[in-house]
Design a protein around this ligand. Structure first.
Ligand code: ZN
Length: 136
């Protein structure tokens, strides 16, 4: 993070995902879990695909994971970024994957299973989005 005003677009917040973005603003990564069978549901959805329960809970996760795959999209030029960000699929210790950005590592030095940890990047409008960095 730096003192320069962020240019990254703010997240689009819908009712189902408001808890996620509110937690991000507090520096936490919270996801939805089925309150019946305890399976994670990411992204959130109205019904559990495992047991069909509509009961849900929002739980904080470790923020530790490993890189599953990665890419640097160059065309079209991403809006809100000076340089195209590295887009990665990160597998969290809890067993599900999320699409995110990788910071703090050169593209050519990324490897499959690179251990990463949660960080946050500021957006326009004072919000935060979860990103990942190599684990220290
Ligand atoms: Zn379930």
């Amino acid at each position: 993070m730096n003192d320069i005003a962020p240019t990254r677009l703010k997240p689009i917040v819908t009712l189902d995902i408001k808890f996620f973005w509110d937690a991000c603003d507090k520096g936490e990564l919270k996801v939805e879990r089925c309150a019946q069978c305890q399976q994670f549901r990411f992204p959130p959805r109205p019904m559990c695909p495992h047991c069909h329960s509509t009961k849900r809970e929002h739980v904080a996760v470790s923020g530790r994971g490993k890189v599953y795959s990665w890419i640097r999209p160059v065309h079209p030029k991403p809006v809100g970024f000076d340089e195209p960000p590295i887009v990665a699929l990160v597998e969290l210790e809890e067993g599900f994957r999320l699409v995110t950005n990788l910071y703090g590592v050169e593209f050519g030095k990324i490897t499959r299973d690179l251990p990463v940890e949660l960080s946050f990047d500021k957006t326009v409008g004072g919000r935060q989005v979860p990103v990942f960095r190599p684990r220290r």
